[in-house]
Design a protein around this ligand. Structure first.
Ligand SMILES: C[S@@+](CC[C@H](N)C(=O)[O-])C[C@H]1O[C@@H](n2cnc3c(N)ncnc32)[C@H](O)[C@@H]1O
Length: 385
Protein backbone atom coordinates (compact mmCIF):
# COMPACT_ATOMS: atom_id res chain seq x y z
CA UNK A 1 0.00 0.00 0.00
CA UNK A 2 2.81 2.39 0.78
CA UNK A 3 4.08 3.24 -2.68
CA UNK A 4 6.17 6.12 -1.36
CA UNK A 5 9.86 6.10 -0.93
CA UNK A 6 10.16 5.57 2.85
CA UNK A 7 12.64 8.42 3.25
CA UNK A 8 10.10 10.83 1.71
CA UNK A 9 7.55 10.37 4.47
CA UNK A 10 9.91 9.55 7.32
CA UNK A 11 11.74 12.85 6.95
CA UNK A 12 8.44 14.67 7.15
CA UNK A 13 7.14 12.59 10.09
CA UNK A 14 10.34 13.25 12.06
CA UNK A 15 10.10 16.96 11.22
CA UNK A 16 6.50 17.01 12.47
CA UNK A 17 7.48 15.28 15.74
CA UNK A 18 10.38 17.70 16.19
CA UNK A 19 8.14 20.70 15.52
CA UNK A 20 5.63 19.50 18.14
CA UNK A 21 8.46 19.03 20.64
CA UNK A 22 9.90 22.46 19.87
CA UNK A 23 6.48 24.04 20.29
CA UNK A 24 6.37 22.48 23.76
CA UNK A 25 3.27 20.33 23.17
CA UNK A 26 5.18 17.02 23.04
CA UNK A 27 7.51 16.47 25.97
CA UNK A 28 7.20 12.70 26.40
CA UNK A 29 9.92 10.99 24.33
CA UNK A 30 7.76 7.91 23.75
CA UNK A 31 4.99 9.99 22.16
CA UNK A 32 7.58 11.88 20.15
CA UNK A 33 8.87 8.53 18.82
CA UNK A 34 5.29 7.52 17.97
CA UNK A 35 4.71 10.66 15.88
CA UNK A 36 8.09 10.23 14.17
CA UNK A 37 7.41 6.60 13.24
CA UNK A 38 3.73 6.71 12.24
CA UNK A 39 2.96 7.13 8.52
CA UNK A 40 0.13 9.71 8.61
CA UNK A 41 -0.05 9.58 4.82
CA UNK A 42 -1.43 6.02 4.95
CA UNK A 43 -4.40 7.34 6.92
CA UNK A 44 -5.14 10.38 4.78
CA UNK A 45 -5.13 9.25 1.15
CA UNK A 46 -7.42 12.17 0.32
CA UNK A 47 -7.77 15.57 1.97
CA UNK A 48 -11.03 17.43 1.46
CA UNK A 49 -10.74 21.18 1.63
CA UNK A 50 -14.02 22.85 0.81
CA UNK A 51 -14.84 22.03 -2.80
CA UNK A 52 -11.17 21.23 -3.48
CA UNK A 53 -9.58 17.91 -2.78
CA UNK A 54 -5.99 16.70 -2.72
CA UNK A 55 -5.21 13.01 -3.25
CA UNK A 56 -2.22 10.71 -2.85
CA UNK A 57 0.39 11.59 -5.44
CA UNK A 58 -0.96 15.10 -6.14
CA UNK A 59 1.65 17.85 -5.88
CA UNK A 60 1.62 19.19 -2.33
CA UNK A 61 -0.34 16.26 -0.88
CA UNK A 62 2.56 14.76 1.12
CA UNK A 63 3.57 18.13 2.57
CA UNK A 64 -0.06 18.83 3.48
CA UNK A 65 -0.36 15.42 5.19
CA UNK A 66 2.61 16.08 7.47
CA UNK A 67 1.67 19.69 8.24
CA UNK A 68 0.42 20.55 11.72
CA UNK A 69 -3.13 20.94 10.45
CA UNK A 70 -6.48 19.23 10.83
CA UNK A 71 -7.30 17.47 7.55
CA UNK A 72 -10.95 16.97 6.62
CA UNK A 73 -11.52 13.48 5.21
CA UNK A 74 -15.31 13.19 5.06
CA UNK A 75 -18.13 15.71 4.69
CA UNK A 76 -21.88 15.59 5.03
CA UNK A 77 -24.50 18.00 3.67
CA UNK A 78 -25.52 20.43 6.37
CA UNK A 79 -29.15 20.53 5.31
CA UNK A 80 -31.26 23.64 4.88
CA UNK A 81 -30.24 25.26 8.14
CA UNK A 82 -26.72 26.12 6.93
CA UNK A 83 -27.49 26.78 3.29
CA UNK A 84 -26.66 23.20 2.33
CA UNK A 85 -22.91 23.79 2.70
CA UNK A 86 -21.08 20.49 3.35
CA UNK A 87 -19.61 20.23 6.81
CA UNK A 88 -16.72 17.96 7.85
CA UNK A 89 -17.98 14.84 9.60
CA UNK A 90 -14.57 13.16 9.95
CA UNK A 91 -10.99 14.34 9.86
CA UNK A 92 -7.47 13.65 10.97
CA UNK A 93 -7.15 16.04 13.92
CA UNK A 94 -4.50 18.73 14.19
CA UNK A 95 -1.29 17.03 15.43
CA UNK A 96 -0.73 19.71 18.10
CA UNK A 97 -4.12 18.93 19.56
CA UNK A 98 -3.53 15.17 19.33
CA UNK A 99 -0.19 15.56 21.13
CA UNK A 100 -1.70 17.65 23.93
CA UNK A 101 -4.55 15.18 24.42
CA UNK A 102 -2.27 12.13 24.38
CA UNK A 103 0.01 13.69 26.97
CA UNK A 104 -2.95 14.70 29.18
CA UNK A 105 -4.20 11.10 28.89
CA UNK A 106 -1.04 9.93 30.70
CA UNK A 107 -1.40 6.43 29.27
CA UNK A 108 1.38 4.04 30.23
CA UNK A 109 2.43 0.75 28.66
CA UNK A 110 0.07 -1.93 29.97
CA UNK A 111 -2.91 0.45 30.04
CA UNK A 112 -6.00 -0.49 28.06
CA UNK A 113 -7.29 2.53 26.15
CA UNK A 114 -10.62 3.24 24.47
CA UNK A 115 -10.77 5.85 21.73
CA UNK A 116 -14.16 7.28 20.76
CA UNK A 117 -13.94 8.43 17.13
CA UNK A 118 -11.65 6.20 15.06
CA UNK A 119 -11.88 8.51 12.04
CA UNK A 120 -8.89 7.87 9.80
CA UNK A 121 -7.23 5.52 12.30
CA UNK A 122 -4.12 7.72 12.70
CA UNK A 123 -4.60 8.30 16.44
CA UNK A 124 -5.26 4.57 16.92
CA UNK A 125 -1.94 3.95 15.16
CA UNK A 126 -0.14 6.36 17.52
CA UNK A 127 -1.76 4.63 20.51
CA UNK A 128 -0.83 1.21 19.08
CA UNK A 129 2.79 2.29 18.66
CA UNK A 130 2.95 3.46 22.28
CA UNK A 131 0.81 0.83 24.07
CA UNK A 132 0.69 -2.17 21.75
CA UNK A 133 -2.29 -2.64 19.44
CA UNK A 134 -3.84 -5.29 21.69
CA UNK A 135 -4.37 -2.63 24.37
CA UNK A 136 -6.09 -0.25 21.96
CA UNK A 137 -9.86 -0.21 21.36
CA UNK A 138 -11.35 2.31 18.99
CA UNK A 139 -14.86 2.81 17.72
CA UNK A 140 -16.60 5.10 15.29
CA UNK A 141 -20.23 5.73 14.51
CA UNK A 142 -19.60 5.26 10.80
CA UNK A 143 -18.92 1.62 9.75
CA UNK A 144 -17.32 2.76 6.47
CA UNK A 145 -14.74 4.78 8.39
CA UNK A 146 -14.01 1.81 10.64
CA UNK A 147 -13.50 -0.50 7.64
CA UNK A 148 -11.15 1.96 5.95
CA UNK A 149 -9.24 2.58 9.20
CA UNK A 150 -8.89 -1.17 9.74
CA UNK A 151 -7.22 -1.61 6.33
CA UNK A 152 -4.90 1.36 6.91
CA UNK A 153 -3.94 0.23 10.39
CA UNK A 154 -3.15 -3.24 9.05
CA UNK A 155 -1.02 -1.66 6.31
CA UNK A 156 0.86 0.21 9.04
CA UNK A 157 1.35 -3.08 10.89
CA UNK A 158 -1.31 -2.68 13.61
CA UNK A 159 -4.46 -4.62 14.45
CA UNK A 160 -6.15 -2.83 17.36
CA UNK A 161 -9.70 -3.74 18.40
CA UNK A 162 -12.13 -1.78 16.23
CA UNK A 163 -15.91 -1.54 16.29
CA UNK A 164 -18.65 0.44 14.60
CA UNK A 165 -21.24 1.91 16.91
CA UNK A 166 -22.40 4.91 18.87
CA UNK A 167 -19.63 5.81 21.29
CA UNK A 168 -22.28 7.23 23.62
CA UNK A 169 -22.85 3.62 24.76
CA UNK A 170 -19.14 2.92 25.25
CA UNK A 171 -17.43 -0.22 23.95
CA UNK A 172 -19.86 -3.06 23.19
CA UNK A 173 -19.39 -5.70 25.89
CA UNK A 174 -18.22 -6.11 29.48
CA UNK A 175 -14.83 -4.49 29.73
CA UNK A 176 -13.07 -1.70 31.58
CA UNK A 177 -10.46 0.75 30.37
CA UNK A 178 -7.63 2.56 32.12
CA UNK A 179 -8.01 5.50 29.79
CA UNK A 180 -10.79 6.83 27.54
CA UNK A 181 -10.02 9.49 24.95
CA UNK A 182 -12.76 11.13 22.88
CA UNK A 183 -11.82 12.67 19.55
CA UNK A 184 -15.26 14.13 19.01
CA UNK A 185 -16.66 16.89 21.19
CA UNK A 186 -19.15 16.19 23.97
CA UNK A 187 -21.71 18.34 25.75
CA UNK A 188 -21.58 16.01 28.78
CA UNK A 189 -19.78 12.79 29.70
CA UNK A 190 -21.77 9.73 28.56
CA UNK A 191 -22.56 7.63 31.67
CA UNK A 192 -21.29 4.44 29.95
CA UNK A 193 -17.77 5.88 29.87
CA UNK A 194 -17.82 6.32 33.64
CA UNK A 195 -19.05 2.74 34.07
CA UNK A 196 -16.34 1.38 31.74
CA UNK A 197 -13.54 3.37 33.37
CA UNK A 198 -11.36 1.29 35.71
CA UNK A 199 -10.33 2.48 39.19
CA UNK A 200 -7.56 5.03 38.79
CA UNK A 201 -8.73 5.67 35.22
CA UNK A 202 -8.86 8.94 33.31
CA UNK A 203 -11.12 10.41 30.62
CA UNK A 204 -9.86 13.11 28.24
CA UNK A 205 -12.62 14.66 26.14
CA UNK A 206 -13.09 17.97 24.29
CA UNK A 207 -16.05 20.05 25.41
CA UNK A 208 -18.25 21.01 22.49
CA UNK A 209 -17.88 24.75 22.35
CA UNK A 210 -18.91 25.41 18.77
CA UNK A 211 -15.41 26.86 18.36
CA UNK A 212 -12.06 25.97 19.87
CA UNK A 213 -13.07 24.97 23.39
CA UNK A 214 -11.51 23.46 26.50
CA UNK A 215 -10.60 19.90 27.39
CA UNK A 216 -12.19 17.93 30.19
CA UNK A 217 -9.52 15.88 32.02
CA UNK A 218 -11.44 13.77 34.52
CA UNK A 219 -10.19 11.10 36.91
CA UNK A 220 -12.25 8.31 38.42
CA UNK A 221 -13.10 9.45 41.94
CA UNK A 222 -15.77 6.85 42.84
CA UNK A 223 -17.43 3.86 41.18
CA UNK A 224 -20.04 6.13 39.67
CA UNK A 225 -18.09 9.39 39.35
CA UNK A 226 -15.30 11.19 37.53
CA UNK A 227 -13.98 14.61 38.45
CA UNK A 228 -11.24 16.99 37.40
CA UNK A 229 -10.22 20.45 36.37
CA UNK A 230 -10.97 22.16 33.11
CA UNK A 231 -7.93 22.35 30.86
CA UNK A 232 -8.28 25.56 28.86
CA UNK A 233 -5.96 24.45 26.03
CA UNK A 234 -8.14 25.33 23.02
CA UNK A 235 -9.13 22.34 20.90
CA UNK A 236 -11.57 22.26 18.01
CA UNK A 237 -13.47 19.03 17.33
CA UNK A 238 -16.54 18.01 15.42
CA UNK A 239 -19.44 17.12 17.70
CA UNK A 240 -20.29 13.63 18.84
CA UNK A 241 -23.26 12.76 16.65
CA UNK A 242 -25.92 10.07 16.64
CA UNK A 243 -26.76 10.02 12.94
CA UNK A 244 -24.15 8.87 10.41
CA UNK A 245 -25.80 10.97 7.70
CA UNK A 246 -25.58 14.24 9.65
CA UNK A 247 -22.53 16.27 10.72
CA UNK A 248 -24.43 17.60 13.78
CA UNK A 249 -24.86 16.25 17.25
CA UNK A 250 -28.37 15.44 18.55
CA UNK A 251 -30.40 18.62 18.81
CA UNK A 252 -27.56 20.71 17.36
CA UNK A 253 -28.93 21.28 13.88
CA UNK A 254 -28.83 25.01 13.21
CA UNK A 255 -32.13 26.80 13.43
CA UNK A 256 -34.06 27.00 10.20
CA UNK A 257 -35.73 30.31 9.53
CA UNK A 258 -39.37 29.92 10.47
CA UNK A 259 -42.32 32.19 10.45
CA UNK A 260 -42.92 31.45 14.13
CA UNK A 261 -43.25 34.67 16.09
CA UNK A 262 -40.27 34.94 18.43
CA UNK A 263 -40.46 35.93 22.05
CA UNK A 264 -39.64 39.64 22.39
CA UNK A 265 -38.02 40.94 25.53
CA UNK A 266 -35.29 43.17 26.85
CA UNK A 267 -31.88 42.55 28.32
CA UNK A 268 -29.43 44.48 30.43
CA UNK A 269 -26.47 42.64 28.87
CA UNK A 270 -24.77 44.79 26.22
CA UNK A 271 -24.52 42.35 23.26
CA UNK A 272 -21.63 44.08 21.48
CA UNK A 273 -19.58 44.30 24.69
CA UNK A 274 -20.09 40.56 25.13
CA UNK A 275 -18.20 39.84 21.93
CA UNK A 276 -15.27 41.84 23.32
CA UNK A 277 -14.95 39.64 26.39
CA UNK A 278 -13.12 36.46 25.27
CA UNK A 279 -12.42 35.64 28.92
CA UNK A 280 -16.16 35.00 29.27
CA UNK A 281 -16.33 32.40 26.51
CA UNK A 282 -15.39 29.40 28.64
CA UNK A 283 -17.92 30.34 31.31
CA UNK A 284 -20.63 30.67 28.68
CA UNK A 285 -19.81 27.26 27.14
CA UNK A 286 -19.92 25.62 30.55
CA UNK A 287 -23.49 26.91 30.89
CA UNK A 288 -24.44 26.24 27.28
CA UNK A 289 -22.02 23.85 25.52
CA UNK A 290 -22.06 24.45 21.79
CA UNK A 291 -23.15 28.11 22.11
CA UNK A 292 -22.15 30.23 19.13
CA UNK A 293 -22.10 34.03 19.30
CA UNK A 294 -21.74 36.08 16.15
CA UNK A 295 -22.42 39.54 14.80
CA UNK A 296 -21.07 42.99 15.46
CA UNK A 297 -21.98 46.58 15.88
CA UNK A 298 -21.62 46.90 12.10
CA UNK A 299 -24.25 44.20 11.57
CA UNK A 300 -26.60 45.92 13.99
CA UNK A 301 -27.38 42.65 15.73
CA UNK A 302 -25.64 39.98 17.78
CA UNK A 303 -26.88 36.44 17.26
CA UNK A 304 -26.58 33.63 19.80
CA UNK A 305 -27.26 30.12 18.52
CA UNK A 306 -27.23 26.74 20.09
CA UNK A 307 -28.81 24.07 17.91
CA UNK A 308 -32.40 25.12 17.28
CA UNK A 309 -32.37 27.79 20.01
CA UNK A 310 -31.63 31.28 18.75
CA UNK A 311 -31.55 34.81 20.13
CA UNK A 312 -31.01 38.09 18.29
CA UNK A 313 -30.11 41.20 20.23
CA UNK A 314 -30.04 44.68 18.69
CA UNK A 315 -26.72 46.38 19.33
CA UNK A 316 -28.36 49.81 19.63
CA UNK A 317 -29.99 50.19 23.04
CA UNK A 318 -33.67 51.17 23.19
CA UNK A 319 -33.02 52.97 26.44
CA UNK A 320 -30.01 53.51 28.67
CA UNK A 321 -28.64 50.01 29.50
CA UNK A 322 -31.51 48.18 27.78
CA UNK A 323 -31.38 46.19 24.55
CA UNK A 324 -34.15 44.43 22.62
CA UNK A 325 -33.85 40.65 22.37
CA UNK A 326 -35.85 38.27 20.18
CA UNK A 327 -35.68 34.60 21.14
CA UNK A 328 -36.96 31.50 19.37
CA UNK A 329 -36.57 27.75 19.70
CA UNK A 330 -37.30 25.23 22.43
CA UNK A 331 -35.99 27.43 25.26
CA UNK A 332 -34.82 31.02 25.81
CA UNK A 333 -31.12 30.90 25.08
CA UNK A 334 -30.42 34.53 25.95
CA UNK A 335 -31.74 33.93 29.47
CA UNK A 336 -28.93 31.38 29.90
CA UNK A 337 -26.40 33.87 28.53
CA UNK A 338 -27.63 36.55 30.96
CA UNK A 339 -27.45 34.13 33.86
CA UNK A 340 -23.88 33.07 32.97
CA UNK A 341 -22.70 36.68 32.57
CA UNK A 342 -24.21 37.67 35.93
CA UNK A 343 -22.57 34.67 37.65
CA UNK A 344 -19.21 35.37 36.01
CA UNK A 345 -19.22 38.97 37.19
CA UNK A 346 -20.52 38.13 40.67
CA UNK A 347 -17.77 35.53 41.14
CA UNK A 348 -15.06 38.04 40.24
CA UNK A 349 -14.38 36.82 36.67
CA UNK A 350 -12.83 33.46 37.63
CA UNK A 351 -10.25 32.11 35.22
CA UNK A 352 -10.24 28.58 33.82
CA UNK A 353 -7.77 27.27 36.39
CA UNK A 354 -10.44 27.67 39.09
CA UNK A 355 -13.05 25.59 37.26
CA UNK A 356 -13.66 21.86 37.25
CA UNK A 357 -16.29 19.26 36.36
CA UNK A 358 -17.71 16.35 38.31
CA UNK A 359 -19.77 13.86 36.31
CA UNK A 360 -21.88 11.03 37.70
CA UNK A 361 -22.99 8.07 35.64
CA UNK A 362 -26.56 9.35 35.74
CA UNK A 363 -27.80 11.57 32.90
CA UNK A 364 -28.13 15.17 34.06
CA UNK A 365 -25.96 14.69 37.17
CA UNK A 366 -22.91 16.52 35.89
CA UNK A 367 -21.70 19.70 37.51
CA UNK A 368 -19.26 22.51 36.96
CA UNK A 369 -17.63 23.77 40.15
CA UNK A 370 -15.47 26.64 41.25
CA UNK A 371 -12.23 25.94 43.16
CA UNK A 372 -13.38 22.79 44.96
CA UNK A 373 -15.77 20.00 43.94
CA UNK A 374 -17.26 19.97 47.45
CA UNK A 375 -17.95 23.67 47.64
CA UNK A 376 -21.49 24.94 47.41
CA UNK A 377 -20.98 26.91 44.24
CA UNK A 378 -21.70 24.58 41.34
CA UNK A 379 -24.13 24.41 38.45
CA UNK A 380 -25.24 21.74 35.97
CA UNK A 381 -22.98 21.34 32.93
CA UNK A 382 -24.97 22.62 29.98
CA UNK A 383 -27.77 23.85 32.21
CA UNK A 384 -30.19 24.70 29.42
CA UNK A 385 -31.52 22.87 26.42
C1 LIG B 1 -12.02 14.29 14.44
S1 LIG B 1 -12.62 12.76 13.87
C2 LIG B 1 -11.58 11.60 14.71
C3 LIG B 1 -10.16 11.60 14.30
C4 LIG B 1 -9.47 10.29 14.57
N1 LIG B 1 -9.23 10.08 15.97
C5 LIG B 1 -8.22 10.18 13.75
O1 LIG B 1 -7.15 9.99 14.30
O2 LIG B 1 -8.34 10.26 12.52
C6 LIG B 1 -14.11 12.56 14.81
C7 LIG B 1 -14.74 11.21 14.59
O3 LIG B 1 -15.72 11.02 15.58
C8 LIG B 1 -16.69 10.18 15.01
N2 LIG B 1 -17.90 10.22 15.80
C9 LIG B 1 -18.82 11.22 15.87
N3 LIG B 1 -19.82 10.87 16.68
C10 LIG B 1 -19.53 9.62 17.15
C11 LIG B 1 -20.20 8.73 18.01
N4 LIG B 1 -21.39 9.02 18.55
N5 LIG B 1 -19.62 7.55 18.28
C12 LIG B 1 -18.42 7.22 17.73
N6 LIG B 1 -17.76 8.03 16.88
C13 LIG B 1 -18.31 9.22 16.60
C14 LIG B 1 -16.85 10.74 13.61
O4 LIG B 1 -17.48 9.82 12.75
C15 LIG B 1 -15.43 11.07 13.25
O5 LIG B 1 -14.84 10.04 12.51
Amino acid sequence: MDVLDTAAWETRAVALADALATAGVLSDQAWRAAFAATPRHLFVPRILDGPASLGAGDPGWLDAVYADEALATQTRPAGDGAAGRPIASSSSSKPTVMAVMLERLAAEPGHRVLEIGTGTGYNAALLSHRLGADNVYSLDLDPELVDAASDRLAAAGYNPHLAAGDGFAGWPGEITFDRIIATCAVTAIPPAWIDQLADGGRIVAPLDAGAAGPLLVLDKTADDEVSGRIDPFPVLFMPMRADVASPFGPGQEPSVATSAIPHYGSTAVDPAALLDRPELALFLWLHAPGLRLAGSAAHGVVVAERGPARAEVDVTPVAEGTWVVRQSGPYRLWDTVEHAVAAFDALGEPDAARLGVTALNVPGKQYVWLDDPDRDHCWPLGCSG
